[in-house]
Ligand binder design. Structure first.
Ligand code: ADP
Ligand code: MG
Length: 475
């Protein structure tokens, strides 16, 4: 890169302007203003661009959420850029080295190396491309210690722990599935960290299914499938994340299956995650599908209010040195942001960023204001008709039973659930709700609400039903 420094700097500014425009259009104004607007171009460091932000918190957040994208956009703009380093501004010169971190590696200084794979530089993979790394980077925050356990995820948590702790194979493969943002990747990273801590000489490879396919296709192109096979066949633990993406290409499926079988035969542990159960993995051949389900299949259920609150509390504790988040605000978030943990975390972080950047105290009003767009998206207008229809479907009864006088438990309980949800999710008054349920009295509605509230504390099934219905209704 023998460009004259002056023009190089000028070009860099232009490139940065271009990258910023793209970031803004991709992530939208709100996210851009909240997270990215404070990024400042500091200059070039070898073939890495150096950017600074005002706080550690912002640096970590950008590092884990926007880093890859920034790097990619920059690379597209200038193919000579090979990385982006992120620093916290106004750090004394002597501290500079410390504050600077590769974007793709947000690990704190004290953490062990975030890469688990123990592939030596001379490993065969080096021959199928410039990258000698197969294992994806591991998030240092995704450990067992940082995982909050509740009813919806306790089984998955326990299974992941056993896989990490034992040297024999309790179940092979371990197949974890569940909706997006519920902690699958977190658990897999936790397994990798734990094994690395306990048995650093075991070779653990964690990668996304997409990366697996990419590596394989690349090996095909370089006519080097042998070393690809070697690579995976020498691991003790293989973890493939989001395996629903493996479908499609026959040859990759085939290769995945071979790798899988060979590893199982050799006694290596396999951990797989997916957004659906093995039997629902369309696109995969039947024999592969059934093979994936041979070990232990566990699912992570949608979160409950208690779990969401627990997670928020634990995250808030971690931030306590920087800001105080009142309990009321945490409860509000747990109540209103029900989709998944990732969004919940995102909401908390936005509030915290606002507070630390503009020095504003965190209150309920402030939270509502900062999260306006997010909350609006969760606030789709829900009608009583919709509630009755969903609840009837859920319990397999007729919608007309919502209005009927039948008192049998099989229809009366769902009707109560529907009344309860109507009160919770619509602005309708008790008399109005009563009228819409076959002209019942408002005291009947009140009784139903009390009954369900009471059951929710004692009956996990009802509680789960309601959370699920609520989520469906929120769309
Ligand atoms: P998935 O892979 O299922 O889509 P992730 O594992 O990426 O979800 O989780 C999304 C975010 O929520 C991550 O930041 C993760 O650390 C966090 N998270 C999920 N479940 C929990 C939990 N039980 N305790 C703490 N953090 C959690
Ligand atoms: Mg994931």
């Amino acid at each position: 890169m023998n460009v004259k420094p002056k023009s190089a700097t000028f070009d860099l500014e232009q490139q940065w302007a271009h990258v910023k425009r793209q970031l803004r259009s991709e992530y939208g104004d709100t996210a851009y203003r909240t997270w990215l607007a404070s990024l400042t171009l500091e200059g070039l460091e070898g073939d890495r661009v150096r950017l600074s932000v005002p706080t550690r918190f912002l640096r970590d957040w950008i590092a884990s959420h926007y880093a890859d994208r920034i790097k990619l956009l920059w690379r597209r703009t200038n193919s000579m850029i090979d990385g982006v380093a992120l620093t916290v501004a106004q750090t004394p010169v002597s501290e500079k080295g410390k504050a600077s971190e590769m974007l793709t590696n947000p690990a704190p200084e004290s953490a062990p190396s975030p890469r688990v794979t123990a592939l030596s530089p001379s490993a065969p993979v080096a021959e199928i491309g410039p990258s000698a790394e197969v294992s994806g980077p591991l998030d240092p925050r995704c450990t067992f210690d940082n995982f909050v356990v509740g009813k919806p995820n306790e089984l998955a948590f326990a299974a992941a722990k056993r896989v990490a702790e034992l040297n024999q194979l309790p179940f092979n493969p371990l197949f974890i599935y569940g909706g997006v943002g519920l902690g699958k990747t977190h658990l897999m990273h936790a397994v990798a960290w734990e094994i690395q801590r306990q048995a650093p000489d075991r070779k653990v490879v964690y990668l996304s299914a997409e990366k697996f396919m990419y590596q394989f296709i690349r090996a095909l192109r370089f006519k080097d499938t042998m070393s690809f096979k070697e690579l995976f066949r020498s691991v003790d633990v293989l973890m493939v994340d989001d395996v629903q993406f493996i479908g499609g290409k026959d040859s990759t499926q085939e290769e995945f299956f071979h790798t899988f079988n060979t590893l199982v035969d050799r006694g290596s542990q396999i951990v797989i995650s997916s957004d659906r159960s093995p039997s629902e993995l369309s696109g995969l051949e039947e024999r592969i599908r059934s093979r994936l389900g041979w070990g232990l299949v566990v699912d992570i259920h949608p979160s409950t209010y208690e779990l969401r609150l627990g997670i928020l509390q634990s995250k808030a504790e971690g931030l306590a040195a920087q800001v105080k988040v009142p309990d009321r605000v945490l409860e509000f978030l747990a109540h209103r942001i029900t989709s998944n943990i990732r969004e919940l975390e995102g909401a908390l972080n936005r509030i915290v960023a606002q507070a630390t950047l503009v020095g504003r105290a965190i209150t309920l009003e402030m939270a509502q204001e900062v999260l306006q767009d997010l909350l609006r998206a969760h606030e789709r207008r829900i009608t009583i008709d919709e509630i009755q229809k969903r609840v009837a479907e859920h319990y397999n009864i007729k919608v007309s039973d919502m209005h009927s006088a039948r008192r049998a438990r099989v229809v009366a309980r769902p009707r109560q659930v529907a009344m309860y949800l109507a009160k919770q999710l619509t602005p309708r008054s008790l008399p109005e709700i009563g009228r819409r349920f076959g002209g019942r009295d408002h005291t009947t509605v009140m009784h139903a609400i009390r009954k369900i509230e009471e059951l929710r504390t004692s009956d996990a099934v009802i509680n789960e039903d309601i959370e699920q219905l609520r989520r469906q209704l929120h769309g």
